[in-house]
Design a protein around this ligand. Structure first.
Ligand code: SAH
Ligand code: SF4
Length: 392
């Protein structure tokens, strides 16, 4: 009798070694995308849900960066993952720490491009300000990023990666045997770094889905604020598909001034913007829109502006964040005087809106809002281009 062929128990067919570049980076894939990728690579369908849960927890809960350490997976399966996938983050190139504790990271993404990520510590919490694009296509005339041409959109992985890198730097991954610590260092996330998040919609949406997942990074949607300059057609979509809180960069109370400060206003003006917000019924007082308003001396900071502002936003559950202008080399504006900012804030407050004045953080390291720009990527717009787009 001839010997019967040995029965292969392993249903996986281990493939030949793939070159690193053709491996799929797990970081930034949503659960659904990772599920499909695991199956496409050869994971048996009936195991996939469980494997996905295990891998997800290792990466996003424990912060693990290699498959070999995933000890609840069979050795063969770990080797299989290593053949097909990578766990790749962008790199922190430099880190600066301000006298007020703010940390600014210069982060390198694929292609050698750089973006900035800022961590702002507060009492018992902390906010991470992340970037969504390298540069920006828009040219707000008071914003440093606006002077740098758009190089490219960040991938979902590069957006999620910024959160993970900050947690690495702050030492915020859980330690298995240590008692659970409920205080979170990165407790809040704002998409207020470089770029216009709604011009990179799909990647931002997928990245937010990953960071909101409650078995991983677990940042709840109410702790995430997406700031937009006013990409009107994408606003409703953002509320519906991302569901995080929204900040809108208003900055002016007449179209004439807003055209100059936020040139996207020439496409979707103040009325179009506010009508969209007003038309969205799910907004409630607990999920107010934040209006961002930068205080520029003699440009948009008069009492009349404050009164026009409250009239314009009436009917929208809102809070107004007043930001003293953060200066940068060559900026064409000055910061309003403190007394002026307070007078403006009082008028808005008396009309029934919270109107906090934002304390600029990390100014000594140029980490404040609107000061970000990667200096090694010298693809800047000419001052003529900026002036033309802003209609100056
Ligand atoms: N592109 C998005 C998000 C990034 S900018 C947006 O424009 O909303 C984040 C916030 O910083 C925006 O409200 C922006 O208007 C504001 N900002 C830009 N430059 C600034 C500066 N120099 N001083 C103060 N705030 C600034
Ligand atoms: Fe771009 Fe926002 Fe800066 Fe305007 S304020 S140039 S939209 S990053």
């Amino acid at each position: 009798m001839t010997a019967t062929a040995p029965i292969t128990q392993d249903v996986l067919t281990l493939p030949r070694k793939l070159p690193k570049d053709s491996k799929i980076n797990i970081i930034g894939l949503t659960r659904d995308q990772l599920y499909s990728a695991l199956i496409a690579a050869g994971t048996p369908e009936k195991q996939t849900k469980m494997r996905l849960g295990q891998i997800w927890k290792w990466i996003y809960h424990w912060g693990l960066r290699d498959f070999a350490g995933m000890t609840n997976l069979a050795k063969d399966y770990r080797a299989f993952l290593d053949e097909h996938f990578t766990i790749e983050l962008p790199k922190i190139v430099t880190r600066q720490i301000s006298t007020d504790g703010t940390r600014k990271y210069l982060v390198q993404v694929k292609g050698g491009h750089e973006v900035e990520t800022v961590y702002i510590p507060e009492e018992n919490r902390g906010t991470l300000c992340i970037s969504s694009q390298v540069g920006c296509t828009l040219t707000c005339s008071f914003c440093h990023t606006g002077t740098q041409k758009l190089v490219r959109n960040l991938t979902a992985g590069e957006i999620v990666g910024q959160v993970m890198l900050a947690r690495d730097d702050l030492g915020e991954w859980p330690v298995p045997s240590a008692p659970k610590d409920e205080t979170r260092l990165v407790s809040n996330l704002v998409l207020m770094g470089m770029g216009e998040p709604l011009y990179n919609f799909e990647n931002v949406r997928d990245a937010m889905q990953v960071v909101m997942d409650n078995e991983g990074l677990t940042l709840s949607r109410r702790r995430i604020t997406l700031s937009t300059s006013g990409v009107v057609p994408e606003i409703t979509r953002a509320i519906e598909e991302i569901g995080c809180l929204l900040a809108v960069s208003l900055h002016a109370t007449t179209n004439e001034v807003r055209d100059k400060l936020v040139p996207i206003n020439k496409r979707w003006n103040i009325e179009a913007l506010l009508n969209t917000l007003r038309g969205y019924p799910r907004l409630s007082n607990s999920e107010r829109i934040t209006f961002e308003y930068v205080m520029l001396k003699g440009i948009n900071d008069s009492d009349a502006d404050a009164r026009r502002l409250v009239k314009l936003i009436s009917g929208i559950p809102a809070k107004i964040n007043l930001s003293p202008f953060n200066e940068w080399p060559g900026a064409p504006y000055e910061r309003s005087d403190w007394k002026r900012i307070e007078a403006f804030s009082n008028i808005v407050y008396k009309a029934g809106y919270a109107s906090p004045i934002r304390t600029p953080r990390g100014e000594d390291i140029m980490a404040a809002c609107g000061q970000l720009k990667s200096t090694t990527q010298r693809v800047w717009k000419s001052s003529r281009e900026i002036a033309t787009e802003a209609g100056l």
